[in-house]
Design a protein around this ligand. Structure first.
Ligand SMILES: C[S@@+](CC[C@H](N)C(=O)[O-])C[C@H]1O[C@@H](n2cnc3c(N)ncnc32)[C@H](O)[C@@H]1O
Length: 408
């Protein structure tokens, strides 16, 4: 039997049963290998978990080891779990695959033969072949990709190019008030001062750097992002905001395109919501530190791994965005910057956690914005209190922000 024979490689009848999911992923059963000796650089590896088998540490580490050695760099890890599984259990399997693999999709196989694809924001029934009663194995298929592939420069640029309009926000939509307030909160986190050169590090649609320039009356703004579309939108937004000397470039925090070889570092650098996307966190911290002039100010913010809402989501939701899994605690980010010669001055939480994001979503999708102002005031008041008291309420917020100065 040839090593590419699907019968040997995908454990019939399982590969046949998974046909609808494989087709949805653009995979052929012949591309699915079982993780055995000598198998490497495969497009897909299928690992099965027996009914009742639990995600113990030992099982997970041997499973990851086998998957890593069997798969190519952009391959698919297909983890098939027989029987019904709770969302909590699936989330534990997902956590066990992290950080080697990011699970971006799962497929549910029901007794009647129905197959449903579940992604981050939606679930969709797939066309599946009709099956005879009792002939179908009930189960779940978790589909993971190597994290390094998902966070590769190419994938990052593609993903954010595709989502750039969403990050820009939609004026007139009920959640736009919140969208802009968050950026204003971070953009104004440094006390008013005269900063002559400002850098937005991982700018997205540019709002954080723009808010900072408007607040500090600075006319020189540089910004960069891996996504060319984000840079284009930021350029337009900065121009519309009246910032006379604003320009951007594509690039990554690990190798920032600013300052240029002939330029000095910046006296105000802001990075908001970017750290959790960094593929190489240490290189990213180094890159960030390099952009700040001695004596300069750094504003660094990101998701709060330990907020009540994030913890709940992590425990109950098998599919999560990569940034929620990769987020670090503010204590880790602070220690990383202090080790690079930065002095911490202030911290705050912002964006109240559950149920506020759900209420904002409900308000946007069903209530036509009736609650947008009260919800926004709750957020503003809570952040002001947390900031004033030195950030004692961290678990109540989905995001954090800190202010540093560069001492050496
Ligand atoms: C959550 S958005 C935040 C955008 C903006 N800073 C804001 O607060 O609205 C994350 C941005 O980080 C960018 N990004 C992802 N990986 C990055 C990296 N390694 N270095 C710099 N930027 C990155 C993305 O393209 C995206 O625009």
């Amino acid at each position: 039997m040839s090593p590419k024979d699907p019968v040997q490689r995908s454990a019939p009848p399982l590969a046949k049963e998974l046909g609808a999911a494989l087709q949805d992923l653009g995979l052929d059963a012949a591309e699915v290998a079982l993780p055995q000796e000598g198998v490497s650089d495969e497009r897909a590896v299928l690992i099965t978990v027996a009914p009742g088998e639990l995600p113990t540490e030992e099982r997970l580490s041997s499973l990851c080891e086998r998957a890593i050695s069997g798969l190519g760099p952009d391959g698919y890890l297909l983890l098939h779990l027989s029987g019904r599984r709770s969302l909590t259990e699936l989330a534990r399997w997902r956590d066990g695959l992290w950080p080697a693999f990011h699970v971006g999709a799962r497929y549910e196989f029901a007794a009647g033969g129905d197959v449903t694809r579940v992604l981050l924001h939606d679930s969709t029934p797939l066309p599946a072949a009709p099956s005879k009663a009792g002939s179908v194995r009930v189960g779940e298929l978790l589909c993971g990709r190597p994290t390094d592939h998902v966070r590769s420069p190419e994938q990052t640029a593609l993903k954010f190019d595709a989502n750039a309009a969403g990050w820009n926000g939609t004026p007139g939509r009920a959640d736009y008030l919140h969208h802009r307030w968050m950026r204003r909160f971070v953009g104004r986190f440094a006390p008013k001062a005269s900063f002559s050169r400002v850098l937005d590090f991982g700018c997205g649609a540019g709002w954080v750097g723009i808010e900072a320039c408007l607040y500090h009356k600075s006319q020189s703004l540089r910004f960069f992002d891996p996504s060319p579309e984000m840079v284009r939108i930021s350029t337009e937004n900065a121009k519309a905001a009246g910032i006379s000397d604003a320009s951007g470039a594509t690039g990554f925090g690990e190798e920032p395109p600013y300052p240029g070889p002939a330029d000095e570092p910046f006296d105000l650098v802001l990075s908001s919501g970017v750290l959790s996307f960094a593929r190489d966190r240490e290189a990213w911290y180094e890159g960030l530190a390099r952009t700040v002039a001695p004596g300069g100010t750094l504003i660094l913010g990101d998701l709060n791994l330990r907020s009540m809402g994030m913890r709940r989501r992590r425990a109950n939701r098998p599919i999560l965005p990569i940034r929620e899994l990769a987020a670090v605690t503010p204590a880790e980010a602070r220690a990383a910057m202090e080790a690079r010669g930065f002095k911490h001055h202030a911290s705050s939480g912002y964006q109240l956690t559950d149920p506020v994001p759900q209420l904002i979503h409900l308000d946007t999708t069903r209530l036509g914005g009736a609650l947008s102002h009260p919800l926004s005031w709750c957020n503003r008041l809570a952040s002001v209190v947390d900031r004033t008291l030195g950030a004692p309420f961290a678990p109540l917020f989905d995001s954090w922000v800190m202010r540093f100065t560069r001492e050496r």
